[in-house]
Design a protein around this ligand. Structure first.
Ligand code: TMP
Ligand code: ASP
Length: 255
């Protein structure tokens, strides 16, 4: 049995619901089976996706914490909800999506003359304004300054953490035979003002290519399978989970 009781819904996103609990320093996150793409123009239910993303995120958050990255993660739920619920610290999420690209793919190849698969050295860091109504636009320096969401020091710390996360995830996923092509993270401030990694890290928010496969479609083990109608989405997520589980300790249970 968990040592907390669930409170009201605080926030519902496309892939998760966030609930208050009876403890002010604890919130519960439910990972949904809903899959969306292209700002929710494309939608589907993928049975088991929520549970897999919850577990993959838990394993990656714990790995990053061991590497010295502060995260909102506290543990998986101990009760009936254990498969797709995690407990986290309440965080005021900064509405900036930080994307790191190690290899050219996705929107980069649509917006610049760079060929799919080109290695990006050093990795490219892009900031997007997290707002569905505006379609999460890519920000310029001037627009970022104008939005005034973070101070220059906080922005520098966000970028430092994002690059550290990239280094640590690349190392771990490499051991799984997976190439971390790119990923999106969200960061936020805890009640005490600490900048921490929030949200999730999963095949919904990363591009992951199977290093052992050469074919440009067959190697994809992430949400591009859904975006591009390649099929086998749940199987791909399951493969990622299996590989990450094989190199990480069991995730901790909260409480
Ligand atoms: P992009 O190439 O479409 O800009 O995506 C870059 C990375 O960010 C990719 O790993 C997928 C992830 N991502 C999200 O997590 N959420 C989003 O809404 C988008 C557009 C991308
Ligand atoms: N998460 C975004 C959406 O729903 C976009 C994407 O991941 O492609 O719509």
């Amino acid at each position: 049995m968990s040592r907390y009781s669930l409170g009201g819904l605080l926030y519902e996103g496309k892939a998760k619901r966030v609930f208050a609990t009876d403890q002010p320093d604890l919130v519960a996150v439910e990972f949904k089976d809903d899959a969306t793409a292209f700002n929710a123009l494309k939608k589907a239910q993928l049975a088991g996706k929520g549970a897999m993303n919850c577990r993959i995120s838990a394993l990656l958050f714990e790995h990053l914490a061991r590497c010295g990255v502060p995260t909102h993660y506290l543990g998986l739920d101990a009760g009936d909800r254990s498969s797709h619920w995690m407990l986290v610290r309440p965080v005021r999420v900064i509405p900036l999506e930080v994307v790191i690209r190690n290899v050219a793919a996705g929107s980069l190849c649509k917006q610049m003359p760079v060929e799919l698969g080109t290695l990006l050295e050093p990795p490219l860091l892009d900031l997007y304004y997290k707002d569905d109504a505006f379609g999460d636009p890519l920000l310029t320096e001037a627009r970022l300054e104008r939005l005034n969401l973070v101070s220059p020091a906080q922005r520098a710390e966000m970028e430092r953490l994002a690059r550290m996360i990239n280094t640590e995830l690349c190392g771990l996923l490499d051991r799984c035979g997976l190439q971390l092509v790119d990923f999106k993270i969200e960061l936020g401030f805890t009640q005490s003002g600490e900048l921490v990694l929030a949200d999730e890290i999963s095949p919904d928010t990363c591009r992951l290519w199977n290093r052992a496969v050469g074919d440009a479609n067959d190697r994809i083990l992430d949400k591009d399978r859904f975006r591009n109608d390649l099929g086998g989405v749940v199987e791909a997520y399951g493969e990622v989970l299996k590989r990450v589980q094989a190199v990480c300790p069991e995730p901790s249970i909260y409480g």
